[in-house]
Design a binder for this molecule. Structure first.
Ligand code: LLP
Length: 421
């Protein structure tokens, strides 16, 4: 969190004090540090480059699809990993060239395939035979050949949260290794597909290197086997998944990860695609919220804040732990209180933290929920008819509201009441 620090007693994002921003913008709001985004991207690239890898970084847009974020990476030369026509539209609008876009996902529709073919993307990561047949048909109708990587399921346990593990045989993703050879042979037969690569992605928020090593070894073996069968592939897409430290996890450093890639796949002599999402954006973002009430319940003290599970679902959905810090720097002498930090939504699940030690806080105090740049705003909803939190990007001592707060008319204005009412 080097781009967030206390200065003069107030938490700053780069050179901007958060108390001032909170006054100007109103709470809750998401804030992203462009310096942090750029450093994360550069650090990851530098680790890959240090191993002499031939690589392309395709930012996983799902982690944070805001065009200002995507454009930040586009300016650094990134490609994009998209999983829907919406994400493809965003990536193109934010300046990512189609030639650097990979399209992943188990359920691409014919409409999405057609749009991606029209755009001229780098590759489709196909995940099943029926998908392959559909893509062949759509490409045939357009008189083009679709560049394809087949996503394989290596059946390795990523040892992450069950809801975000993707590389086990029981998961819906990819084609299992035993059938991968046949799938490539089928792709080679289909007239409108050009099999060009292998893709793999075993899960998100990985904190160990071993599952990667297992998967990479299996991919290297498959690549060699296919080559032996005369299917010469041009690249390998290794997906994303590298974890970040939310609490006390010690995920592999990008350098350790890059070295593992080099050891397993460096000798194959093909370019590698990486699809990091969380690693590039998580730590660049915070959610700033204000305490509405400090409430002493029968057995615990609650800080009721003005952000809620609709703004940040990760604690509710994955029991995720996010660091929460006061915007006013606590004095070194004050002893912490144990509190539950909860939102105003009418569900007990609307809890950001339980039994959290925090300097005494009261109504009106500002808190920052840290490392929320990834899978934060993008997973938000308007549950309880709450307007989406605005989003702000900071650069040095400048900021811009990149997503303004909408008013309640805009929120309810899309409801259509049937004529009979
Ligand atoms: N590539 C593919 C094919 C993916 O499915 C994903 C993430 C990524 C890349 C990027 O993974 P990352 O580098 O961000 O770990 N909402 C969950 C995370 C879901 C991840 C889904 N797929 C969370 O909040 O933890």
């Amino acid at each position: 969190m080097t781009h967030f620090h206390y200065k003069g007693g107030v938490l700053h994002a780069e050179d901007l004090p958060l108390d001032r921003l909170a006054e100007e913008i109103g709470t809750p709001f998401y804030l992203y540090s462009s310096g942090a985004l750029e450093s994360a991207y550069r650090d990851f690239g530098a680790a890959l480059a240090a191993e002499g890898l031939d690589y392309r970084i395709c930012y996983a847009v799902k982690a944070n699809p805001h065009q200002a974020i995507v454009a930040t990476f586009a300016a650094l030369g990134a490609g994009a990993d998209v999983v829907s026509l919406g994400e493809l539209t965003r990536a193109l609008a934010a300046g990512i060239p189609a030639s650097r876009i990979v399209f992943a996902g188990v359920g691409k529709t014919a409409v999405e395939m057609a749009a991606a073919l029209d755009a001229g993307i780098l590759q489709f990561n196909v995940e099943s035979l029926p998908e392959m047949e559909t893509l062949d048909r759509i490409a045939g109708e357009k008189g083009v050949v679709a560049p394809v990587a087949i996503r394989v399921n290596p059946d390795v346990d990523a040892r992450t949260h069950a809801k975000i593990t993707t590389g086990k045989s029981e998961n819906k993703f990819g084609i299992d290794l035993a059938h991968a050879g046949a799938a490539f042979a089928r792709a080679a037969e289909l007239p409108n597909l050009a099999p060009q690569g292998i893709a793999v992605h075993i899960g998100s928020q990985l904190t160990e290197i071993a599952p990667y090593e297992d998967a990479f070894a299996k991919i290297a073996a498959l690549f060699a086997e296919l080559r032996g069968q005369g299917i010469a592939l041009e690249r390998i897409d290794l997906g994303g998944g590298l974890g970040v430290t939310y609490r006390d996890e010690t995920p592999p450093d990008p350098a350790v990860y890059a070295a593992a890639v080099k050891r397993s796949l460096g000798q194959l002599g093909v370019p590698l695609i990486f699809e990091p999402g969380r690693l590039l954006v998580a730590e660049a973002g915070i959610l700033v919220t204000r305490v509405i009430y400090a409430k002493d319940g029968a057995t615990r003290r609650f800080l009721v804040v003005d952000a809620a599970m609709n703004d940040l679902i990760r604690p509710t959905l994955y029991d995720a732990w996010h660091k929460i810090v006061p915007v006013a720097e606590p004095s070194g002498t004050v002893s912490p209180q144990t509190v539950d930090i909860v939102g105003p939504i009418c569900e007990t699940g609307d809890t950001f933290a339980r039994d959290r030690a925090l300097p005494p806080a009261t109504s009106g105090d500002l808190l920052a929920i840290c490392s929320t740049g990834a899978y934060g705003a993008t997973m938000a909803s308007t549950y309880n008819s709450r307007v989406p939190a605005p989003e702000v990007m900071v650069r040095g001592d400048a900021y811009e509201v990149i997503k303004p707060r909408i008013d309640y008319q805009a929120l309810i204005g899309q409801d259509v009441i049937p004529g009979w009412l």
